[in-house]
Design a protein around this ligand. Sequence first.
Ligand code: HEC
Length: 163
Amino acid sequence: MKKMTLRFFLLLWSLSTLSCDYGLMHETPAIKPHEEPWLITKDPGVPFSGGEALYKASTPEELVSSVALTDPDNITRGKKYYGIYCVHCHGENHDGRGTVGQSFSPLPGDLRSPGVQSSPAGVLFKEISYGIPGKRQPPLAATIDATRRWEIIAFVKSLGPRK
Ligand code: HEC
């Protein structure tokens, strides 16, 4: 009896597949790896210019911001992204007193310190993107889009040194 029920459901299932408008696995052609020669694309698939690799290979002096750092709109956007990517460590007052930051040793720096404020944008970009050698700043290149990183720098710079 059980077998009968199973067969009945199998029949129902195969009938239902007749109305499928997509190919079923056993009907569609199977491509096995290396069955065909590799396709050689005209342009190389991996970019050799531009992009993160170029940023990474450049010295801080060579880096030029892709956004105007004093533009109010960019600063506003940077403020928003600071609130997403930095605030939990560097704090609402940009002084390194964010909740998460308190578990770090040394503590996150004050972003309004004379040191940070006088750092060229390219230096800050490198630090935020790839971390600071021997220090605890996390490398965020894979987390934050490059344009957003520049906007965050525009915002940090707009704060000016703490008085
Ligand atoms: C997970 C926590 C964390 C996050 C997120 C984080 N930072 Fe930091 N940051 C640190 C810590 C910790 C240090 C201190 C590094 C040290 O001295 O070892 C630091 C240092 C820095 C410094 C160098 C400060 C100095 O005094 O030289 C800058 C600039 C900086 N962070 C900017 C940023 C910006 C901008 C963001 C957001 C894009 C960010 N950080 C996100 C933890 C964080």
